[in-house]
Design a binder for this molecule. Structure first.
Ligand code: NAD
Length: 479
């Protein structure tokens, strides 16, 4: 498999740097070759998108929706193939990866249906015989910049609403999911999507990503990724007054109160912390526990973590695969070393016999660090979670909110009053009770508060607000 650009309906092989992709589960196995583009490919994509967009915007919502339904059907038929490729490319466990592709199918169908939903309102006019109304119009050409950790769902939750609103898209996928992006583009090319409406340019963020954001005259940028990159993108877009959304990191807390149902809570905590090897922006990276049940919860976690088996991502029976790349392996291991030196490791799962063959990191639960410690404050983005003790509900809430991030937070309790107080007080865009910090549904708005987001929302109806703008129209039809 080789990566390739899809620009104006043509398949174009860039002549830049060639990189062999190694399977993070077995580094001896080559999955394919990625060829990096240069900024000229971005400018070609911009031109193609500009040419294609007016025709696309003129189609009825129903016609655009029909094409999104086709995209969903093609993807659904290839679920297994795409899930396997992505799993080999970035190490997500195969069962989770299949679930992610299914989510992509659902997202396409959800937004296909939006083509037939009313999108404006009738507004009373002060004058007589005036029809005044608002309607949503597309933005034009939208840049979509995505990370590797959800290589199928995140691109689709941006591309599908952008397309149904009548925009043309230039998609720059992450370096570490370029093969998956290429295959997805090839699948979408089998539909009647007009040439140039969706363009895919493969390459490095620092080269073509900056060209896309800073030099190409795109009308909007939708970005998901690290806080550092998000900040740069926000500054560049604000400078040209382009619409932007940046969804970034998290340091999500699960708060466990003394009255929680621990039989049900423990598996949810482990899933939130360790599925996808902890590489979810919504992963449970802090567990805040009411003091009176702290020791009991520790003992239960120590037993339950034994079943979180690490292994090859293609094995449907493993709990988590490797981390995605060498960079991830290095970065997460720096935090593991910090935990070994400065914290107490209270639980970890058995090592895999494959440990030397891939980027495997065993899940770790640690304790014994202050709330200001980097392990409690910085996004690890790996299978490591920190336990903190709280005297009571009020201290738990205060610890939960002691972070610059505000993506997701969960509470475990049987008390309705505590549940509602938590939903009121937790400073996060997604707040949940007796549920994982991860796993928000596609039909619900998704996004963070504080430093996690530019305060827009993705998915659900909220995405339509980002990918369109409101025009207020008035007609005087009689004097
Ligand atoms: P990243 O910021 O390194 O890269 C994300 C994308 O931006 C990639 O496509 C990359 O090539 C591109 N990019 C990098 N530098 C750029 C630049 N200067 N200009 C334009 N584009 C550039 O992030 P990553 O390591 O791929 O992803 C992990 C991060 O993503 C984590 O922090 C995680 O929390 C975050 N994330 C957030 C959400 C969310 O919805 N809030 C979801 C998933 C991941």
């Amino acid at each position: 498999m080789q990566s390739i650009n899809w620009i104006g309906g043509e398949w174009i092989t860039p002549s830049g740097l060639e990189v062999a992709v190694k399977n993070p589960s077995r580094l001896s196995e080559e999955v394919g070759v990625v060829r990096y583009s240069d900024p000229s490919h971005i400018f070609a994509a911009e031109q193609a998108a500009r040419l294609a967009q007016p025709f696309w915007a003129m189609q009825t919502g129903a016609a655009r929706g029909e094409i999104l339904f086709q995209m969903a059907s093609v993807l659904e038929a290839r679920t297994d193939e795409l899930a396997r490729l992505a799993s080999q490319e970035m190490g997500k466990q195969i069962g989770e990866m299949r679930g992610e592709v299914a989510r992509g199918v659902n997202l396409l169908r959800y937004y296909a249906g939006e083509g037939m939903r009313s999108d404006g309102s009738l507004i009373p006019a002060s004058d007589s015989h005036v029809l005044q109304y608002s309607k949503r119009v597309p933005l034009g050409v939208v840049a979509v910049i995505t990370p590797w950790n959800f290589p199928v769902a995140i691109p689709i939750w941006k591309i599908a609403p952008a397309l149904i609103c009548g925009n043309a898209v230039i998609w720059k996928p992450a370096e570490n999911s370029s093969l998956t992006a290429t295959r997805l583009a090839q699948m979408f090319a089998e539909t009647r999507l007009p040439a140039g409406v969706l363009n895919v340019v493969i390459g490095k963020g620092k080269e073509i990503g900056t060209a896309l954001v800073e030099e190409a005259a795109v009308d909007a940028v939708s970005f998901t990724g690290s806080s550092a990159t998000g900040r740069q993108i926000a500054i560049a877009c604000a400078g040209r007054n382009s619409k932007y959304q940046t969804e970034m990191g998290g340091k999500n807390a699960a708060v466990v109160l003394a009255d929680a149902d621990l039989d049900r809570t423990v598996p949810i905590l482990l899933s939130g912390a360790f599925r996808s090897a902890g590489q979810k922006c919504t992963a449970t990276s802090r567990i805040i526990v009411e003091k009176s049940i702290y020791q009991e919860l520790v003992e239960r976690l120590q037993i339950a973590i034994e079943d979180c088996r690490v292994g090859e991502a293609s094995d449907p029976d493993v709990y988590l695969g490797p981390v995605a790349s060498f960079d991830q392996y290095e970065k997460v291991n720096r935090y593991v070393s910090l935990a070994q030196e400065q914290a107490k490791i209270i639980a970890s799962s058995p090592d895999t016999p494959l440990s030397s063959q891939g980027y495997y990191i065993r899940p770790l639960i640690v304790e014994g660090v202050a709330a200001s410690h980097p392990l409690v404050q910085e996004e690890v983005f790996g299978p490591l979670t920190v336990l903190l003790q709280a005297e009571d509900f009020d201290e738990a809430i205060s610890l939960c909110n002691q972070t610059v991030y505000g993506l997701s937070a969960s509470l475990f309790t049987r008390n309705l009053s505590s549940a509602h107080r938590f939903l009121d007080l937790a400073q996060a865009g997604m707040v949940r009770v007796n549920q994982e910090t991860a796993g928000v549904e596609y039909q619900a708005p998704f996004g963070g508060m504080k430093q996690s987001s530019s305060h827009t929302r993705e998915q659900g109806q909220a995405a339509l607000q980002f990918y369109s703008e409101i025009k207020t129209c008035a007609i005087k039809y009689a004097w």
